[in-house]
Design a protein around this ligand. Structure first.
Ligand code: AMP
Ligand code: GLY
Length: 438
């Protein structure tokens, strides 16, 4: 099986590495890829990931058996529609199904129709409506840009003025906002792979969205992740039939199945990975957001533990043969990753800083370095994006996985490099608790 991975980032690097561990996969290429991906596989750096015609032309010319689309922008632009029209299986939703991420208002509408538990929300296109919603829900205020914003369009604040200012900025840019009630409780990312009808969940992970330690500073795309989540192990809810359901079963039953069924009912079957961003609140599991692709940087940790061959899994989902009771296998142990970002991320990251220490980090036991925003500048590896690298550690315990990731981070440097020092720290200290019902 010959597979093309579309996208430029760390998630795509993780997918490429996992595909290469699948014996049924004979060849992997990436478009455009990045400097790190190019060290592993053939890259087509001139191809624009969001250009449906360009990706389809490459897929046809090189006879790929499967095209895996990583990021949301190409999905929203219809890349998988074009690839499928050319008769090539594609992993990733159609542009119509990608609206689950591209429009927060659409996602809310689907959740309401499907009875999926989520934060109460008001869609506002003027300041008066926005102000009314802020007062109705009270602080902390949650104001979300309705469009794609790479995880940075959301402001959560106690400051009513700042909340209104964000809404105004979105209106000024020609957009609208969704204002929500605040969800308390720890966040979990659960990825669910679907072939449009059937589904299979991956292993839950936790992501760290804020730029600084202790969840301070602005939201980013994600600064680190770990999996699995021991603190969720005892989480149970009792369903309508009186059956005890564990966390993943609750999310599959209450969130993923009804959402996928509603999408199919509307003639927009969802093929790909549904990223369920969840808050585990005192009143049960609530959806914070949907994404229509693998999470970054959760994927770098999650795929590290996936023992089931990834190529076959993604091909089966893409061709509608996942089956009703698909099970996945996971290796024992833990994986954690720490993102190293460029100076001034998430505002306007500086590019072109020379990166050192990557080979030294990769030589450490249980350490992998996955590239996101890197480039090759006359033979030197330089920063070329906000999130530059994700250093993944694996180990028998979460502590070992985290220690290994940080040992890798310590080996790497460039001017202005920044990372969080507390990835998985609360979990390691046993400080995450959930108020489970039932
Ligand atoms: P989103 O882009 O919708 O994922 O939001 C980005 C981040 O903002 C989430 O990961 C949460 O940390 C936070 N957030 C979003 N919505 C809420 C909410 N209703 N309550 C509390 N935090 C939220
Ligand atoms: N890590 C958050 C995301 O991928 O959206």
């Amino acid at each position: 099986m010959k597979i093309l991975v579309v996208g430029p980032g760390g998630r795509e690097h993780a997918i490429v590495r996992a595909l290469r561990r699948d014996d049924a996969v004979t060849e992997v290429h990436a478009a455009p890829g990045n400097a790190g991906i190019a060290l592993d596989v053939v890259t087509h750096s001139g191809v624009d990931a969001s250009d449906p015609a360009a990706v389809t032309a490459l897929a046809s010319a090189e006879n790929f058996d499967l095209v895996v689309v990583g990021p949301e922008a190409p999905l929203a632009a219809g890349v998988t529609d074009a690839v499928r029209d050319a008769g090539i299986p594609a992993f990733g939703p159609s542009a119509a199904a990608a609206q689950l991420e591209a429009s927060k208002a659409f996602a809310k509408e689907i959740m309401a129709a499907a009875g999926v538990p989520t934060a109460e929300a008001v869609h506002a296109s003027d300041l008066g409506t926005a102000a009314g919603a802020l007062d109705r829900f009270g602080a902390p205020h949650v104001v979300k840009d309705d469009g794609l914003a790479a995880g940075k369009g959301v402001v959560v604040t106690d400051d009513r003025q700042a909340a209104l200012a964000h809404a105004q900025a979105c209106f000024d840019a020609g957009g609208t906002v969704v204002i929500e009630e605040f969800l308390d409780g720890p966040e979990v990312s659960l990825f669910v792979i679907s072939d449009g009808e059937n589904l299979v969940p991956l292993s839950p992970a936790q992501d760290f969205k804020r730029i600084y330690d202790d969840d301070a500073g602005p939201n980013t795309g994600g600064m680190g992740a770990y999996t699995p989540l021991d603190w969720l192990q005892d989480y149970t809810e009792t369903d309508a039939a009186g059956l005890t359901r564990n966390f993943t079963e609750v999310v599959v039953d209450q969130v993923a199945r009804p959402t996928l069924a509603e999408m199919a009912r509307r003639g927009k079957p969802f093929i790909g990975v549904l990223y369920c961003g969840l808050a585990v609140t005192s009143r049960g599991v609530r959806v914070v957001e949907f994404n229509v692709r693998f999470g970054d940087p959760e994927t770098q940790a999650v795929l590290e533990r996936l023992a089931t061959p990834l190529g076959g899994l993604l091909l089966d989902a893409s061709t509608g043969v996942l089956g009703a009771d698909r099970q996945l296998e996971w290796s024992e142990g833990y994986a954690a990753d720490v993102v190293i970002a460029a100076e001034n991320y998430p505002d306007s990251p500086r590019r072109g800083d020379v990166i050192t220490g990557v080979p030294e980090a990769e030589a450490l036991d249980g350490v992998a370095v996955l590239h996101a925003g890197t480039a090759d500048q006359e033979g030197a590896l330089v920063t070329a994006g906000g999130r530059v690298l994700a250093v993944v550690g694996t180990g028998d315990t979460l502590q070992e996985a985290v220690d290994r990731a940080y040992a890798g981070v310590d080996a790497i440097s460039w001017q202005g490099a920044q990372h969080r020092t507390d990835i998985a720290a609360k979990a390691l200290r046993g400080e995450i608790t959930v108020g489970a019902e039932g």
